[in-house]
Design a protein around this ligand. Sequence first.
Ligand code: IYR
Length: 295
Amino acid sequence: MVLIEKFVLPLLIDNFLTVVLIAGFGYLIYRNHFLAHVRTRKFKPPTPPPARRLQFTNREDGEEDQETCEPHLPADLEQIPFVHPRLSPEESQRRAHEFYQLMNKRRSVRFFSSDPVPRSVVDDVIRTAGTAPSGAHTEPWTFVAICEKDTKAQIRQIIEEEEEINYTKRMGAQWVRDLAGLRTNWVKEYLTEAPWLIVLFKQTYGITPDGRKKNHYYHEISAAISGGILLSAIHYAGLVTLTSTPLNCGPALRNILGRPANEKAMLVLPVGYPAKDATVPALKRKPLEEIMVTA
Ligand code: IYR
């Protein structure tokens, strides 16, 4: 006790500034190294602008302001630590190349086997598609999975009828010539042959539980990204598909599948195994030098 009063305390008081500085630095080092995983960032939300229509926005086509309603995400949404294993650069390189090699084997396939694909596989590839990022996390997509024979036949009929008009009248000579190498026409056996059809609808706006319309920002790109992830998941699961975008079939597909007016059909994907004698056009992909520039 006497020792503390006589020597330590006077020393501390004399060097008060030094003590404060050492303690401060010590705390900073502790915080950066040991509390990094629970670091919470101070965030001051921006004040929203007055509610009026802006003349210039970067909204997508057909994206309109909907009624004012509760924010889609609560302002006090909990922020949780992001847990992410850090790979070595070598492991990242190995995985990047492995994934490229896998994806480089993906092809659009038009000849399907009717062998069944379990419903649980379709569930999982759609779950994966639903992990896509979306504007304000509105998740503006609906995936309709169809395995019922009659429904597939009705969809085929709708699409073939429209596609005949597309190929003979709407698309024009240049478009038809550009496609000749793919050997496509309006007859689409794969729509009834494949065990599953997945129709991806984008939701151009949302609907609140009390029936009001709400904004779905960037619905087109959000749904398109989910479509890309869906293709990767289908390929990784050892299945094949075809990104078919039948022109002018949207409303009829929506009606037959009983989807609401806020949903627009974007893609019709037959999903299954390739037919034993399936062929694909011998297409080449652009090399990296042609698709990438560094800036
Ligand atoms: N939708 C039609 C035509 C078609 C259009 C394009 I662009 C393609 O890359 C392939 C086909 C069809 O599915 O036949």
